[in-house]
Design a protein around this ligand. Sequence first.
Ligand code: NAI
Length: 252
Amino acid sequence: MDIVTGQLRLRGKLALVTGAAQGIGEATVRRLASEGARVVCVDLDDKVVAMAQAVGGETLAIVGDVTDVTVLRAAVQETERRWGRIDILVNNAGIDGAPALLADGEDRDFDRVIDVNLRACWLAMKLVLPGMVAGGGGAIVNVASVAALIGFETLSIYSASKAALVGMTRTAALEYGRHNIRVNALCPGGVLTPLALSFMDEGTTQAWADKHALKRFAEPEEIAAAVAFLASNDASFITGAAIPVDGGMTAH
Ligand code: NAI
């Protein structure tokens, strides 16, 4: 809600969110919808359908893998056919891969993590940018990670994918700013979602929490609030930024 005008900040906006079935993606869908946006939700997991129904309003679910260009193309075309345009893209789908020291990493893990965390974001941006240019503007939020900014033992491939996503974000911002398209990356710290739980061993949860100045993990809703801000006109002069939303993890 815009406190000054009392208007819903994203009223009339059309958003596409990937990795929408759970965690940060689900919280983002709920937040964007609560601010007035119509949201297209893409996820591998078919529970995205029930999630979109539960959110209600004009929320559409598409089940598919974002690394498959035909899935992304169909999502963009279906959205543009139904609602005319995409104003907001949130590239959120991401995986961490199997934790391993660099020398022990598997080729297939490298390929899959880069495919999901980087190549799929590139594909989605390629597909939505022409419509945003034609429509006179847009906002793209790429969900990166603090792992783009600092190192994490056993997460070299993940870190590389997220650092590359930040690099791509900055360049896209330079290329499309003249079209009133803002492109930003968000760098969350630890967020208690299934993904975060997958790289914490039993008993290390508190140690991970202690890496943050706030000595706790984020709730997915705290990341979704930052996504909604970057997607809205409240962030009208922010582009090409990689913004830590990390409870002070990178303040060291
Ligand atoms: P999550 O594992 O809880 O949810 C990710 C969602 O993406 C799932 O619904 C999954 O089905 C979907 N997904 C994965 N691969 C997909 C594919 N190829 N095609 C379509 N959907 C796919 O993860 P979480 O924690 O919500 O993470 C969301 C994003 O935030 C990811 O990009 C992650 O790297 C990033 N992030 C998460 C942090 C955390 O501590 N949870 C910290 C920093 C960044």
